[in-house]
Design a protein. Structure first.
Length: 387
């Protein structure tokens, strides 16, 4: 057994009073984040000083005692403190070159959420009650929490479609999958979402394309409404619901796919794709975004860690497509519309995607065996990549 932290997300339906309280909390969290970020930025640009979390916390106390920001006392203090902790983490990642400089939160564009720690909520017998609330939340418990699991933090959020969610972070035991001998290479694509080294191709569901007509219709209706009107708010909600439907279906499909790959293989070998650079190709950006390769990789990373599997990532410039998997001869550049090609050295006819998946698997086996590199390294980046 392995102890891991897992978040269990549920939908809930707040009363009007609870919705008003949570909306007020979201606004205060956003305000505290922006004030602390402004204070840190000003201190650095004017005095070259770093503002710590403790200093930010002292500022929060002063803000609460001011006349203009006295409304911060009306909500629970825990989500406000958590906002300062998250800002501290954001600056730490920025200084470690792991993220960009923190940005200000917007009421319309930023995620509306608030995090509560143990002192600000009570979970007992399937009933969840937050601080400053007299009644428990009406949570739809779509799946039970693990036996004996006690939430350490609770995050309440509202998505652009107006749906309310609560996420409970618990530390629970996960049993690793039994060890097996299979290793699979995974080649990500657009027509086929993934091609496996076994020769199997898994079609891309193209969730965004399937709802593109509906999305275009509601977006046109939104564009015709007057800014600031009630009809515009209703039209915006309809657009958000279509986007939510697309995102939910995509996430569900990726969860099923990655769970299968982790369950059926001891090691999964994938490519290190520069999705941000590839989306600069305006002919493929929409399809690449719909494929959600980065989201799939993130799922594989934590599932392999949970269940005792190995995830091997090949080098970004490894020529998996243009290398013959039979003799190792490297062909010249291959256009995207060429899906099959013949090796000039041994005459083997290759399916472009299957050949790449086989080469990716071979590179992964080399890494697992002796930590070897994955092949020739550098070549200039091309917008759109080799897909």
């Amino acid at each position: 057994m392995k102890m891991v932290k897992r978040a269990y997300k549920y939908r809930f339906y707040p009363t009007p009073e609870q919705a008003a309280e949570l909306t007020r909390t979201f606004g205060c969290v956003r305000k505290v984040w922006n004030l602390a970020l402004e204070a840190r930025t000003t201190a650095w640009h004017q005095r070259h000083e770093h503002v710590s979390y403790l200093q930010s916390s002292a500022m929060l106390t002063q803000w609460k005692h001011s006349d203009d920001l006295g409304y911060l006392n009306e909500v629970s203090s825990v989500p406000l403190q958590q906002a300062l902790r998250h800002l501290q983490s954001a600056f730490t990642r920025f200084r470690d070159n792991q993220a960009r400089y923190p940005r200000y939160k917007s009421r319309k564009k930023s995620r509306a959420s608030a995090e509560y720690t143990r002192s600000a909520f009570r979970y007992r017998d399937g009933r969840l009650r937050l601080a400053k609330m007299t009644a428990p939340l009406a949570v739809v418990w779509s799946r039970p929490l693990p036996d004996g699991a006690e939430p350490s933090t609770v995050t309440v959020s509202r998505d652009p479609a107006g749906r309310w969610f609560v996420s409970l972070l618990c530390e629970c035991a996960v049993e690793p999958h039994p060890a097996i001998d299979t290793v699979v290479g995974v080649d990500a694509g657009i027509t086929s979402l993934v091609t496996l080294s076994s020769g199997e191709k898994i079609a891309n569901p193209r969730h965004e394309r399937r709802d593109r007509d509906r999305l275009a219709l509601v977006q046109r209706r939104l564009a015709r409404t007057q800014k600031g009107s009630a009809n515009r708010d209703k039209a915006r909600l309809k657009v958000a619901r279509v986007h939510a439907r697309i995102a939910d279906r995509r996430k569900d499909f990726l969860h099923k796919l990655t769970t299968r790959l982790v369950r059926d293989n001891q090691a999964v070998v994938i490519e290190d794709l520069s999705v941000r650079n590839m989306t600069r190709n305006h002919h493929l950006a929409r399809a690449i975004s719909d494929a959600a390769w980065r989201q799939m990789r993130a799922m594989l990373e934590y599932k392999c860690q949970w269940y005792g599997r190995d995830l091997v990532v090949t080098g970004r410039w490894y020529p998996s497509t243009t290398t013959c998997s039979a003799c190792g001869h490297r062909a010249g550049p291959l256009p995207l519309n060429l899906r099959q090609w013949d090796c000039a050295n041994c005459g083997t006819r290759h399916d472009r995607d299957i050949n790449a998946a086989v080469n990716i698997r071979a590179a992964g086996l080399a890494v697992l065996a002796c930590g070897a590199g994955t092949g020739p390294a550098r070549e200039p980046s091309r917008a759109g990549g080799r897909r």
